[in-house]
Design a protein around this ligand. Structure first.
Ligand SMILES: COc1ccc(C(=O)/C=C\Nc2cc(OC)c(C(=O)O)cc2Cl)cc1
Length: 304
């Protein structure tokens, strides 16, 4: 149950909710002080009403053409409960740790308490202060271990990007936000839907003919875009608003760049040939020949 105390802080059971520290399409994350263990946590807050509205749950279903009843969209809360089920299975130094879920049926909000990763998002992109190659190497090794662990647990993340990589006081990264993750059985999952963040979407998800594509290879592609962002401070494929086009934002231009453009390496900042090679192997537009996680671990830039 949540009440506001004398300083206007919302009290939620043993947690005192403080300032907002994260915000995104998922909702909001607030700093939370647990009075029992005198420790701070990151409290992610979902509004159930928002989830239901966003999923168009109450929207009139389109008339079914062939008379067959269309299958209702899954209960939007289902997505969050799936995310929670995934998070409960995970226990790894490079993955955020879910500590507790507060889901009061009477309340509109659903609260997820995570272990606080003190420094927050590793890098705000775009930035004019990208990371030195050495620092990128340290962080990238954490991402490899975290993704290797997720794939071993039969989970593809599908939204790897700098804002979902949190930096702790110990200088290590933790992967966050399983809101669009997929669980699979067998050795890999073969998907057809697009999900995640446009600038990080792999070309195979944007092609007209929607054949099934490997889930693991999508995470490798996003890791490649992320590594490029670390060293250059911006994404390799961006949707520049076209000055003479009124509709300044249209995803098609970005999709065409992802599908067709080569990766451009600016002359500054200078990066090693090994790093360029690794980025090109991860941003291979053909998922069949794209480098895999086991091969990334053996790449000279990683093992150096
Ligand atoms: C400046 O200091 C700061 C310290 C910590 C933060 C912070 O934690 C931000 C987001 N956090 C999270 C987001 C998540 O999803 C989107 C998930 C998840 O759903 O897995 C988990 C967490 Cl923890 C920010 C600033």
């Amino acid at each position: 149950v949540s009440i506001s105390d004398k300083d206007g802080y919302v009290q939620l059971n043993q947690y005192k909710l403080k300032s907002a520290i994260g915000k995104g399409s998922y909702g909001i994350v607030k700093l939370a002080y647990n009075e029992e263990d005198e420790t701070h946590y990151a409290m992610k807050i979902h509004s159930k009403k928002q989830l239901i509205k966003k999923a168009g749950f109450f929207r009139r279903p389109p008339p079914s053409r062939d008379g067959k009843p269309i299958q209702r969209p899954p209960n939007p809360l289902e997505k969050v409960y799936q995310e929670i089920a995934i998070l409960k299975k995970l226990d790894h130094p490079n993955v955020v740790r879910l500590v507790e879920v507060l889901d009061d049926p009477e309340e509109d909000n659903l609260y997820m308490a995570f272990e606080l990763v003190e420094k927050g998002e590793v890098l705000d992109v775009p930035t004019s202060n990208p990371l030195p190659e050495e620092q990128s190497w340290l962080y990238f090794r954490d991402i490899i271990l975290g993704i290797e662990y997720l794939h071993y647990q039969k989970i593809v993340h599908r939204d790897i990007k700098p804002s979902n990589l949190l930096l702790g006081d110990d200088g290590h990264l933790k992967i966050a936000d399983f809101g669009v993750s997929n669980e699979f059985t067998g050795n890999d999952i073969y998907l057809t839907n697009t999900a995640g963040t446009p600038a990080f979407m792999a070309p195979e998800t944007l092609r007209e003919e929607k054949e099934n594509f490997s889930g693991k290879a999508l995470d490798v592609w996003a890791m490649g875009i992320t590594l490029y962002c670390f060293v250059y401070g911006k994404c390799p494929f961006v949707d520049e608003p076209d000055p003479n086009e009124l509709m300044s934002w249209n995803p098609i231009r970005l999709h065409q760049k992802i599908l067709k453009d080569d990766v451009y390496f600016p002359p500054e900042p200078k990066i090693s040939e090994n790093l360029k090679d690794l980025i090109l192997r991860m941003l291979d537009k053909n998922p069949e020949t794209r480098i895999s996680i086991p091969k990334i671990k053996l790449h000279p830039w990683v093992t150096r």
